[in-house]
Design a protein around this ligand. Sequence first.
Ligand code: GLN
Length: 475
Amino acid sequence: MFRFSSIKDYHTTLQNGQTTCVEAVHFYLSAIKEKPQLNAFLEVFEEEAICEAERLDAKRISGAPMGKLHGVIVGIKDVICYKGHVVSAGSKILENFKSIYHATVVEKLLQEEAIIIGRQNCDEFAMGSSNENSAFGAVRNALDESRVPGGSSGGSAVSVQAGLTMISLGSDTGGSVRQPADFCGVVGLKPSYGRISRYGLIAYASSFDQIGIFSKTVDDAALCLEVISGADDFDSTVSEKPVPTYSTELKVAPRKYRIAYFKQALEHPGLDPEMGAAIMELIEQLRQEGHIVDPIEFDLLNHIVPTYYVLTTAEASSNFSRFDAVRFGYRAPLINSDLNDMYKASRSTGFGKEVQRRIMLGTFVLSAGYFDAYFTKAQQVRRILFNKSVDVFGKYEAIISPTVPSTAFKIGEKSDDQVAMFLADIYTVFANLVGIPAISIPLFTHSNGLPFGLQIMTNHFEETTMLQLSDQLMS
Ligand code: GLN
């Protein structure tokens, strides 16, 4: 019987001849088939995955060196382009739209011999915190199927949680990797802005979007990160900084860290008291072990969610003008209509409610009369937040916090209360606003039986420190 614990162990068993990529693919295909009710996959690339596994087995057995992700079973969120495959962004407006090129991350995964097993369900255009906004139905949390898995990368998180893939790629604009990782009890990593190419990632808010990784272990996240990071001619916002070999740099002797936490984050009335207490206990324990863990004043906490929503909806309203039903995507069936009617009908029936709401909000904050009051103001707050991060990281190596203020909620519980839903992002959006890396690691279990995570943020391009500290805390 096939068992997966980490990529490293899997590779050892492949090399020893104890398993094959074909066996692994069959194992995951049947796991996916056993759990259709989770709705984690929008499409499974069954035959292709088997063919690729056969090819890799033959290649390995012939003595060829193995790629870094040789035979690793990966799922990709339905916002990442895979040439010749549908990429719908969880939206009716792109239903059946086939990608004509590979995203850079897909190119890199394939170069290192990963096997892409399918595309995963998500909130429409990655807008949401519960995966209830997908045009193709909600995703269920495998630990309690009446609960949400978090969002927007819900399908990718559940796949790792339920053992339907070894790792998954998601995208994180304001927490969409870390928040579902927290709700599902897995590792979720968002790198620095500019670490991974966004080429072939369907845009939501371009100055925030980053591709991120779900895995069971910090080691697997590190290995995947080193494969998919790095400069790209197709995305000028990617840094030229060399990519460290995170998977080996991760392993260092345990040491003492200088850690900060935002006082207001732990005192926030929206935070589940039991979760707050668990984090405070961890802080105490870290102090006792000799780490420096200091509270930092952060009086802007209540402004970060509004700032995030003003800026991301503005960017979305501009990005989404490309969905005009002319060049690609869904077009509403209309006869004898003019161009404007065609735009209106297609966009108002093709986009779901949440996406329409955000396009309208974004168009409003960018409109001539309100631009300065909202957009310019939010950009100024973003700058202040950036300065705050420079200040904190001048003295500390990491900032810790809860990842989300509550554990996974019930499906339907918050869908009519947008403000409550937006508050789920209170701890995660800071990292996207300032562009720093952040990770959620599954350290805790609530008395309600659900997992929750610790978020660790480090300075720009300090992924290595973040991974080392995560590894130390998880061991
Ligand atoms: N929940 C946030 C939102 O709806 C984050 C989404 C994301 O990171 N893609 O915008």
